[in-house]
Design a protein around this ligand. Structure first.
Ligand code: ATP
Ligand code: MG
Length: 570
């Protein structure tokens, strides 16, 4: 592409709307533009990168034996009603009506659609296994769209759905996807780690997420410092910290005026957070439930939702509900005499002695409370694991870092095939539900994540495998006909060899052209200037400061070497 014909939209200033590097750089390099909150237009340069990522994904999916498909983004409500998710999906779903008042949605994901395809098209075990995938635009009305295309309301996803005749078959399909994902992220130059993930209340089978470490990530990822255990904090099992045995003391009600928070209580009682058990009251899809954890712990809402059998909306209860459950204002809830549908007690609390809780009376707490003697509930693991705690696999200390999920592989089992009555005929002539898996990659989020991992002060530093152009040929002085001729010849030669080249033939200073090429992250730069009189040009890599003066006849081989070193064909 000649830059004189190209829509170049680079910006020197950092746009105010962007908080994180990838978002800033995508705007500055002219990769995309915002149209509405969480909705973006992809400019030619950004689209080229997306296509490159898509092609890597396509290649690996095809190699794994999956088949490409393309479903409609607009889905009739009936399919979602069959699976029970039309109501359960909640406000994240974009809904619309046609002229006859029929309900549709813009697909946030496609389990229902692919289950429907399978039940119509696959009749016999002889046709299995089947894995269908698509690369398609998804719609989710996110509560907090942010960070550009990291969390947007319209985004491109690769989603795949596997259909097997039994669990053993699903294991094979799942492992193939796991391998394909490792290859995909490697080829994209993205350091993504496969971590154990929550698979929800139903299913109970495996699920793993591919996470990239990132300070701006919205997930907490637990890593063992010794073995290779890694898990989303939603999933990571905590180990209770059990103190020494104590004799049970008598209950004592204490007046604690204006002390509601743990900090205020610690001061008031002159003790540590570990001496308290806090009781948090939630509204779980309209059910009022309470969860108890030690004073210094955080409730794990995923574990709570799973214990309740799956919850769509888990929110803190409002003050009216708290008053109804406890008879007191917020800050004085406790387990004794509380009026809730379910009381979940973290196992650590059940093992504590003589602790302090709210008295369910405004202005009072109770001392010397003990589980079993004074109250009972459903005991389990309901809290987040914390930094330094023991690894659930090997017992070594764990660390926690922020991460962003770029991919997710999930064993669905019969969740959708049962609810949607999707069956095949097995070897014995019996009707059996498909055993399913689903597998997603955020294509647009992957693009942003690559930039997060590959940039410097001057702009993006694309890995060669996904770069919008491989080489930028810069003409230093477009008024010098000889330079123009050499540059055009190089441009044509490289293009004929299958290399994606831009020729910067704009009437701009060389410095401006260098800055743009750096900002756009073009991996190689060839500068055609005065040295052509000695048959020489300059060669520079985006990720290095060195400038090599090379012979014009060596340009192709020099470029080709970069492809060879990256393990890429050209
Ligand atoms: P998150 O926890 O980040 O909301 P999710 O669990 O909702 O993700 P999935 O439903 O598993 O995500 O979707 C598959 C992939 O689609 C994710 O791994 C992610 O890469 C991508 N994705 C999901 N939501 C968004 C979004 N709002 N914007 C961009 N990409 C997204
Ligand atoms: Mg989500």
């Amino acid at each position: 592409m000649k830059m004189s014909n190209m829509l170049v939209s680079t910006l020197r200033e950092v746009p105010a709307e962007a908080e994180i590097d990838s978002h800033k750089l995508m705007l500055r390099a002219g990769m995309m533009r915002k149209m509405a909150s969480g909705i973006y237009n992809y400019m030619p340069l950004g689209l080229k990168v997306l296509k490159n990522i898509e092609n890597i994904v396509r290649d690996e999916m095809d190699n794994s034996g999956a088949q490409e498909f393309l479903a409609s983004a607009m889905i009739p409500a009936e399919l979602w009603q069959e699976s029970g998710r039309w109501d359960a999906y909640g406000a994240e779903m974009f809904r619309l009506k046609d002229r006859n008042e029929r309900d549709f949605c813009l697909g946030p994901t496609h389990e229902e659609v692919f289950t429907d395809i399978a039940r119509n098209e696959i009749k016999s075990y002889k046709q299995l296994p089947i894995n269908l995938y698509q690369i398609q635009t998804k719609y989710r009305d996110e509560r907090r769209p942010r960070f550009g295309i990291m969390r947007s309301r319209e985004f491109i996803m690769k989603d795949a759905y596997s259909f097997d005749k039994d669990e053993a078959g699903l294991d094979v399909s799942y492992n193939k996807m796991n391998k394909a994902y490792v290859n995909i992220f490697n080829r994209c130059g993205l350091d993504a780690k496969c971590v154990e993930a929550d698979s929800g209340a139903i299913g109970g089978s495996n699920s793993a997420e591919f996470m990239v470490r990132s300070e701006v990530g919205e997930d907490d990822v637990v890593f063992c410092t010794s073995c290779d255990y890694a898990a989303n904090i939603e999933k990571a099992a905590s180990t209770p910290d059990i103190g020494e045995d104590e004799a049970l003391k008598e209950l004592k009600k204490i007046e604690t005026p204006n002390t509601r928070t743990i900090e205020e209580l610690v001061k008031f009682f002159n003790t540590t957070e570990k001496k308290f058990a806090k009781t948090l009251i939630y509204n779980a899809d309209g059910r009022i439930v309470a969860v108890m954890v030690r004073g210094d712990r955080e409730v794990n809402e995923t574990k709570v939702a799973n214990a309740l059998g799956g919850v769509t909306n888990l929110d803190m209860a409002d003050s009216d509900a708290v008053l109804k459950a406890t008879g007191a204002q917020i800050g004085f809830a406790g387990p004794i005499g509380i009026n809730v549908e379910v009381l979940l007690v973290d196992i650590e609390v059940a093992k504590m002695y003589n602790f302090i809780v709210g008295a369910n009376e405004t202005g009072y707490h109770i001392e010397n409370v003990n589980y079993g003697r004074d109250f009972e509930g459903t005991v389990g693991d309901f809290r987040n694991i914390t930094e330094g705690e023991r690894c659930p696999h090997c017992g070594s200390p764990i660390t926690i870092s922020r991460g962003t999920e770029v991919g997710h592989i999930f064993k669905l089992g019969t969740k959708y095939s049962n609810s949607m009555n999707a069956k095949f005929i097995d070897e014995n002539g019996e009707q059996k539900p498909f055993i399913m898996g689903c597998y997603g990659i955020g294509i647009t989020r992957t693009m942003a994540s690559i930039i997060e991992q590959h940039h410097d002060d001057n702009g993006i530093v694309w890995p060669l495998s996904v770069a919008p152009y491989h080489v930028s040929v810069v003409i230093v002085n477009i008024k010098d006909e000889a330079q123009v001729k050499v540059a055009n010849d190089l441009y044509e030669t490289l293009r004929k060899k299958g290399i994606d080249v831009i020729l910067d033939d704009r009437n701009e200073r060389a410095g401006v052209k260098f800055k743009d090429a750096d900002l756009m992250g073009i991996p190689m730069r060839i500068t055609v200037g005065k040295k052509i009189t000695e048959n020489q040009v300059e060669f520079k890599l985006r990720n290095s400061q060195d400038i090599d003066v090379i012979n014009i006849d060596d340009v192709y081989n020099t470029v080709k070497k970069q492809f060879d070193e990256a393990g890429l064909n050209v």
